[in-house]
Design a protein around this ligand. Structure first.
Ligand code: 4AD
Ligand code: MG
Length: 566
């Protein structure tokens, strides 16, 4: 924390005593960070009257109940403000419970010698209290496991760990926009609902209203059953009868009035019949045609999905605005129960025109380094929390990555290294040219062999997506994966195949239908351009930075097989 390196109070106070502590702009209080985040740890603003709000981390009554200490946190920084309340100001029993929300006014004071705080708040007035029943509050003061907290995703932001991760996540998002904006990239919002499968891996969640429609109809038909055949027959007979009545009146030269009254009855009978016939056609269940689901009756009149990647759509903008990126949620219906996979995760995807695979690697490396340096510059207090509680090496790792060059090796060389290593250690998955590298292989390369981020490039075309540029050897594609310690694959990217004939053949070769990709092929038909891009798994970046073990703890609301709370 900044307090550790602060100069002695006396030196600071002459410079800072006059600084009025700034109120938060859109709420009636001072952020705790504004007080404790100062280089002097808050000592320089002692004597000032402030209003603060937050949740009690720990509280204890002292002096036989004559006053209480509260450790108050408002999420603006990892540090707590020490708050002292006299029993003459408010009843203390309620205030000291962990989880209680308090909004108070008081004076900042320099605490007595020998305490670790540089400043504390003496409360004059309690404005509001959000009480907690300690017998029921699910998050007691004791140390809770991250796994336990997953059952309380709505309350876990109140914990030190989840709030530190939230601030780091926020910082990485800000850093992402800063990096790409600084380099002239345009932020493009790609769709969440899509009709194209980017990775061609068939791991998409379907978006459909056919099921709700079917359920609605089923309920409606129970309440209001469809007409029976006999009902329809009876309605038909009535139409015949009324028709005959009109004919009879006409041939009997009845009065105009009589005829038109009879015609009106006939019309009514016909309308009734057509209504009944319509309803008789209603069938419960999902609409079918030729033995298949009839998607022409679905919301979009075709099959639609949640996107697995914004790449294909962002390419349309790269092929017009040249340097672009998208940053949004992506969805994969893979049944991976690992600590590195989510069903909903966020991806940062730049796409650069006039760039080859080398430019792509340079961009990926510069971006990851920028993120690491950003955390060192802007989130050191939260990173120190991570070092203390989760991963001793987290800050060193950021420093190392921010300052050293990434190793770059071809897939072929990587396999040779792994084959050599396999003579001495056991991998669960066999290594040979042509396999997709397993997580254990990736981690061996980055954690054991090189002890540094590694970019592996030129993968066999058989294991990579259709859009990747086929190399001259016709065996490999210009793909690249960035592998980092703790995580394995952090980034996947490639140069894109810009040759129309080649990419068309690749789509067919992979057994994919051409029709949904026609628009994508247009980018190659008209004004095609060399271009490249990549996708960084945002949660994997947070895992890498924080040293947290499970990806479910670095996204606010994790979704994975069997689980989607809130
Ligand atoms: O390697 P992937 O599948 O690449 C793409 O989707 C490309 N279309 C990106 C592009 O070129 N624009 O995914 C990119 C990254 C992976 O490297 C990994 O970090 C992350 O996304 N990722 C996941 N993160 C969490 N949970 C999952 N199920 C993930 N699948 C991929
Ligand atoms: Mg990949």
């Amino acid at each position: 924390m900044a307090a550790e390196s602060a100069p002695p109070v006396e030196q600071m106070s002459s410079v800072t005593l006059n600084d009025a502590v700034e109120e938060a702009q859109f709420s009636k209080r001072v952020l705790i960070r504004t007080i404790l985040g100062r280089p002097d740890g808050g000592a320089g603003v002692a004597g000032q009257k402030v209003r603060v709000g937050g949740w009690v981390k720990t509280g204890r009554e002292q002096g036989k109940g004559s006053f209480a200490f509260l450790e108050l946190n408002d999420g603006s920084c990892p540090a707590n403000l020490q708050v002292i309340i006299d029993s003459s100001v408010a009843p203390l029993g309620q205030l000291v419970q962990t989880g209680t929300c308090v909004h108070v006014e008081g004076e900042l004071k320099v605490p007595p010698e020998g305490t670790k705080q540089r400043v504390e708040l003496r409360v004059h007035k309690v404005l509001d209290v959000g009480a907690v029943d300690p017998a029921k509050y699910p998050l007691p003061k004791t140390r809770l496991t991250l796994e336990f907290l997953r059952d309380y995703v709505h309350l876990r932001p109140r914990t030190n760990t989840i709030s530190a991760i939230a601030r780091i996540r926020n910082a990485l998002a800000y850093a992402t926009h800063t990096f790409f904006q600084k380099h002239g990239f345009l932020y493009v919002h790609t769709p969440i609902i899509t009709t194209s499968d980017c990775e061609g891996a068939g791991e998409m969640f379907q978006v459909t209203t056919l099921i709700n429609d079917a359920e609605k109809l089923e309920k409606e038909l129970i309440k209001n059953p469809p007409p029976s055949e006999a009902d329809v027959e009876a309605a038909k007979s009535l139409v015949t009868e009324k028709g005959e009545a009109v004919a009879q009146l006409k041939s009997a030269k009845a009065s105009k009035q009589e005829i038109s009254a009879s015609v009106a009855e006939l019309t009514k009978a016909k309308e009734n019949l057509s209504k009944l016939e319509e309803r008789a056609k209603l069938k419960p269940g999902i609409p079918q045609k030729d033995g298949k689901i009839d998607y022409s009756q679905d919301f979009f009149a075709r099959q639609a999905f949640l996107t697995v990647s914004g790449q294909l759509q962002v390419e349309t903008f790269a092929c017009a605005l040249s340097s672009v990126y998208t940053f949004g949620p992506t969805f994969r219906a893979e049944h991976s129960h690992t600590s590195r996979h989510l069903a909903e995760f966020w991806m940062v995807e730049p796409e650069i025109a006039f760039a080859d695979i080398k430019d792509d690697m340079n961009c990926a490396e510069a971006y990851v380094k920028f993120l690491c340096q950003w955390l060192l510059d802007n989130c050191l207090d939260d990173m120190e929390f991570m070092v203390k509680n989760f991963d001793k090496g987290a800050i060193d790792r950021l420093r190392m990555v921010a300052s050293s060059d990434f190793v770059r090796i071809s897939y072929t060389d990587a396999v040779a290294i792994l084959e050599e290593a396999a003579k001495e250690r056991k991998f669960e998955n066999k290594v040979e040219w042509g396999i997709d590298l397993a997580s254990e292989h990736e981690r061996y390369l980055t954690e054991v062999k090189f002890k540094s981020p590694v970019i592996v490039y030129n993968y066999p075309k058989g294991i990579k997506a259709f859009y990747m540029k086929v190399n001259e050897d016709n065996k490999t594609v210009a793909a690249m994966d960035v592998l980092v310690p703790k995580v394995g694959e952090l980034i996947g990217g490639s140069q894109r195949e810009e040759r129309y004939e080649v990419i068309k053949d690749r789509i067919l070769e992979m057994g994919l239908p051409l029709e949904p990709y026609e628009w994508y092929l247009d980018l190659r038909r008209y004004g095609t351009v060399m271009h490249s891009g990549f996708g960084l798994g945002f949660e994997r970046m947070i895992l890498f930075a924080t040293g947290i073990d499970n990806i479910r703890d670095v996204i606010p609301f994790p979704r994975y097989p069997g689980r989607a709370d809130l």
